[in-house]
Design a protein around this ligand. Structure first.
Ligand code: PMV
Length: 290
């Protein structure tokens, strides 16, 4: 019986969300949380065995990759859904890899990216491509939307990042459309975010220099109108517990805050005590090209 298995990484955007949609650079890191897809050949229509997600876009994405018939699909993910950690891109990448595996094909990183992007469009409309670039490549990535699309490995911070979950999910498509509707008034904010990216790149190995840049990025995202009072509160909580810096990560309207801190365990405990789920994320390794 034909089977296939594949994995995609979750991600955290260190700098550049939203601005990346308009051609500014962004930096994002793959994390050790992610999605694994298992395929099993069956008679009849392709269907998702588990989880039983009542989201027609998921089946649409699955079918766009494996076809309308012939597969039972199992998806495992330890990423919070809709929280800015790229769960749908991780699933799309895992599906592409699982299908190639089931066909006995080795697939290049460029092909994984292109095929996952097409599937990801079912979730996000016109994503920048950042999420599935990181979901497929691992490590830290400097990304610029093309053409030509730029994807360059960047230094992976040797320290972990604390993730704090606001408890509510945002809708990426709505958040991206919201920013679009506020242009051109918000263009200077998008440009200021873009200007931060090279500075963040230069600070990737030094948490004390990185922290203030993350905080500055959060302030710009707040000005852009994509943060929420709870996300702002979580940034304040991280700073009050000695973090070097913190910011919301992803499209916003909900989702997670990331923090760089000298005492990750202490911050996770403080966030948990304040009633917010929190965990320590480590960078996932860079994938070797196939
Ligand atoms: O879908 P999220 O929350 O992981 O964030 C996507 C990042 C955006 O810049 C807001 C959109 C995009 O397509 O790059």
């Amino acid at each position: 019986m034909k089977t296939g298995v594949g994995h995609g990484f979750g991600k955290l955007i260190l700098c550049g969300e939203h601005a990346v949609v308009y051609g500014h650079p962004a930096l994002a890191v793959a994390v050790n949380q992610g999605a694994t897809v298992r395929l099993r050949a069956v008679e009849g229509p392709t269907h998702v065995v588990s989880p039983s997600i009542d989201d027609p876009r998921l089946l649409e994405a699955v079918i766009s990759i494996v076809g309308e018939s012939g597969w039972a699909v199992t998806i495992e993910s330890d990423l919070p859904i809709g929280k800015g950690m790229g769960s749908s891109a991780a699933i799309a990448v895992a599906l592409v890899r699982a299908f190639a595996h089931s066909q006995g094909q080795s697939i290049s990183l460029d092909d994984v990216y292109a095929k996952a992007y097409a599937a990801e469009a079912a979730f996000h409309g016109t994503p920048s491509g950042l999420d599935h670039a990181v979901a497929s490549r691992g490590g830290m990535l400097w990304f610029e939307r093309g053409p030509p699309t730029v994807m360059r490995p960047a230094p992976v911070p040797p320290f972990p990042v604390v993730v704090i979950d606001s408890g509510s999910a945002g809708n990426t498509k709505d958040m991206v459309n919201g920013v679009l509707s506020r242009r051109p008034a918000v263009d200077p904010i998008l440009a200021a975010i873009g200007d931060l990216v090279p500075k963040v790149h230069a600070a990737l190995l030094d948490p004390a220099s990185l922290g203030p840049l993350l905080l500055e990025n959060h302030g710009l995202l707040k000005d852009l109108g994509v943060s929420t009072p709870v996300l702002d509160q979580l940034v304040d909580l991280a700073m009050a517990h000695g973090a070097h810096g913190a910011k919301m990560a992803g499209a916003g309207g909900g989702g997670v805050v990331l923090a760089v801190t000298p005492s990750p365990e202490g911050l996770v405990e403080a966030a948990n005590q304040a009633g917010f789920a929190s965990f320590i994320a480590h960078a996932a390794p860079i994938q070797e090209p196939a």
